[in-house]
Design a protein around this ligand. Structure first.
Ligand SMILES: [Zn+2]
Length: 361
């Protein structure tokens, strides 16, 4: 059985639920910040945040709104980790007459515009969507090239991307970017389930998604709507972290609206308690997410099932080492002198540079 603390993320408002669906949906920066602070008091370690236009409640990308929310949370003394969305700006609705032309509902933005607020405000985390998929009558488009641009820019800003995966292929794309050295540190995956035509919110699907994650990755899963709490239990029992919040679900049970985000977190804490688990504090969540993937195994033997490599891992991972007997990689990435080798732990890149092998973790 899994052990250790469980990170609860609370996604407090999102961009799909409308204010007319729930009178308590956080809309203004003050309401969104208050929801995050209260979620933290109830046991959440991370607040996932979108902003909305205060007058209309419509989704917004305005940096001053993000700024006000972040400032209010930080000035409150709350330690909750702040995770800002980068999901806005990825939607395409083909026009009825010509599918090459963007119709009403299209929000496509340049990828660097989508992460401007993250670069400026430097939250602890930001979401990074790997999906290209149907979404209602529209499609969401995140091309590999654009995801790479966003990943490079947020990493450069010192912000940890939370890797949002909606289907198995998204995990393979993230794996490629980890192998390329574009994503560094311990990967943190968020498995999104219950979105129509995406990953089903079933134990079998979530277990499969987990089975193809890079070794050593931290992961969380959530379900949309009525799937919220069943998926919480499934994720926890499979060793993952969890997420709740009014972005995903506004009901406590059929026909009964939830009081607020904190009530969803309280229920998550109660369910974890029944399963014998405790929620991670923000400090504990930070430690979990910053764990090195190689912790405890850096000097051990490595048996790579995928490449047939049975080499020794160097004790001084992160430094240059010599005389590593690696087979010509079955999984080499890149080209020329910077080609990288993916070992059995897919978060390790070994680059043969200037005749020396360099480990990057
Ligand atoms: Zn979101």
């Amino acid at each position: 059985m899994p052990s250790g603390k469980t990170i609860i993320t609370c996604a407090v408002t999102g961009n799909l639920v409308r204010p007319d669906q729930h009178p308590g949906l956080p809309v203004t920066p003050e309401q969104i910040a208050r929801a995050a602070i209260d979620a933290g008091k109830a046991g959440a370690a991370i607040a996932h945040i979108h902003v909305r236009e205060p007058d209309s409640g419509k989704p917004s990308m305005r940096i001053e709104l993000f700024h006000e929310v972040v400032e209010r949370i930080r000035n409150s003394g709350s330690e909750i980790l702040i995770n800002l969305t980068t999901g806005e700006g990825g939607r395409f609705a083909p026009s009825q007459d010509d599918p090459r032309i963007a119709g009403p509902g299209t929000t496509l933005l340049h990828p660097l515009r989508r992460i401007e607020h993250v670069v400026a405000l430097k939250p602890d985390l930001c979401s990074l969507d790997f999906n290209t998929m149907n979404s209602g009558p529209h499609v969401v488009i995140n091309t590999p090239a654009n995801v790479r641009k966003m990943a490079a820019a947020v990493t450069e800003a010192g912000v940890k991307p939370e890797l949002e995966v909606f289907d198995s292929g998204d995990i393979h794309m993230a794996g490629d970017m980890i192998a390329e050295g574009l994503l560094t540190g311990r990967p943190f995956f968020q498995i999104v389930t219950g979105v129509k035509y995406g990953c089903a919110a079933t134990p079998e699907t979530i277990a499969y998604m987990k089975s193809i994650l890079p070794a050593g990755a931290a992961w969380s899963a959530f379900g949309i709507g009525r799937h919220e709490f069943p998926v919480l239990a499934i994720a926890k029992c499979l060793g993952g972290h969890v997420r709740v919040g009014m972005e995903d679900n506004i009901y406590l049970r059929r026909g009964e609206l939830v009081r607020d985000n904190a009530q969803l977190v309280e229920r998550a804490v109660a369910l974890l308690d029944i399963l014998g688990e405790e929620p991670a504090s923000p400090a504990e969540a930070r430690a979990i997410l910053e764990q090195r993937s190689l912790r405890g195994s850096a000097s051990g033997a490595c048996s790579c099932r995928s490449t047939g490599w049975n080499g020794k891992l160097p004790k001084d991972a992160g430094k240059s080492v010599t005389n590593l007997a690696l087979p010509q990689p079955a999984h080499s990435r890149g080209s020329g002198s910077t080609a990288r080798f993916m070992g059995c732990c897919s978060t390790i890149c070994v680059s043969p540079m200037a005749g020396r092998w360099r480990w990057t973790v």
